[in-house]
Design a protein around this ligand. Sequence first.
Ligand code: ZN
Length: 249
Amino acid sequence: MKIIDLTMMIDEQTPVFPGDLKQEIKQVAAIEKDGWNEKRISFSSHFSTHIDAPFHMLKEGKKLTDYPLDRFIGDGVVIDARNNSELGVDYVKQNNPELSLYKIKENKSKSSFNEVKLNNLKSSLDNNRQNNLKLSLDNVRQNDIVFFYTGRTKKAGSEEFFKKNPTISKGLAQRLIDKKIKIVGLDSFTPDNAPFEIHKLFFKHDILIVENLVNLEKLIGKRFKCYILPLKIKDADGAPCRVIGVIDE
Ligand SMILES: [Zn+2]
């Protein structure tokens, strides 16, 4: 059994959603002076790795405490969605590093031989990528917890973290809704930007959203047991949580 921690570290550097109050971490007691160590920590309900409940954006939406604990435990899958600014059902996009080969074709190919070779390469890359995506989405089952690996939280702490964040397209959101997954998540601070249509679409279908995950690359292509344990805050619209993935090995 192997346990992968998918949770961001909470410290002074943990990034907060633009406009949110910054966390405060104060040492309020020290062994030398008081006989024990203690910190006082304050943060918003959408701080660090956290889960959103529908009540976050829907007036009549469910709150975290409306769900039984088994809602937060289930089979997890991670879909590789690196280098895509918008994650769509057809998210095979020009941003992939491998596809820079296309540019060679466009810019430099002079002989028809090269063109044929590169065309073959292009179509085999296309097929592979389509198949990979199809496989990933095909692997998604009802009640799954589906995470998208974008690599974004590796940039946490830098200005780049908040710039041109990857988003989930409406089409992909609809596919996940049709598949009746129970939780969606990603390693970025949000799956969409204002006016947050994708958030609302998931919430309307009772799908919860986990944000600011880390270490997802360790679980790409694996089916694992996922545990998401939100802080037990009354009427919570969201709460930081410890998220772990457990694989049999
Ligand atoms: Zn949130």
